[in-house]
Every structure is written in C-alpha cells, then in structure tokens.
Design a protein. Sequence first.
Length: 113
Amino acid sequence: MDCLFCKIAHKDIDSSIVSETENVMVFKDIDPKAPVHLLAIPKQHVESIMEAGKLPGGVLDELFEAIAAVAKDMDLERDGFRVVTNTGKGAGQSVDHLHFHILGKRTFSWPPG
C-alpha cells in the first residue's frame, strides 16, 4: 500500500511522535496551521470516517482517548482546541487515511472554511 500515514504508522517514514499505543499514533503535522497542530490516526488503514466501522472494537475509543490525553498534556484544554477530520477531496482530505487534526494555542473563527 502506498499510504503516507501507513508508512508513518509502520515507522518507514520518520515523524515527530507525541503519543503511541498498539493501535493509535499521534504525531506533529509537518505543515502546521496553528502553534500546536497534531495528527491522530488509527494505525490500521481506513480511508476516512466513512470506513470507521471497519476498525476493530475499541480503536475509535482509544483514538479519542489519545486525543484527550495529548490535549491535556499540552495544556490545550484551558484555552480550547479544535479537532477536525476532513472527508473527501472537496472537504480538503489530502491523505486517504482516517486522521484527526488537533489544533491549539491560537484563536479560531467560525465557520472554519
């Protein structure tokens, strides 16, 4: 498979890993859009939220627990942070592997896009 995030999950490509479990990885985005910009992924390949049901039981819980833990560790919860997933090219998904952006340490506007 020629998936960038699978290669990162398998450590074929170096990344700045912030958190890792057997099923989930959180790492720094290489093109940050905020002072804190992390990506949280399941290590198993699924293309988007539309395929999240293909993940083994508990992996989504583990993913969201990792997001919450990292946000707490980085003191993002005090001033707020944003968690975003894009689904499809029209929504800005540039890597076809389910991932959540964790953005913090700046003020965000609404609507976002």
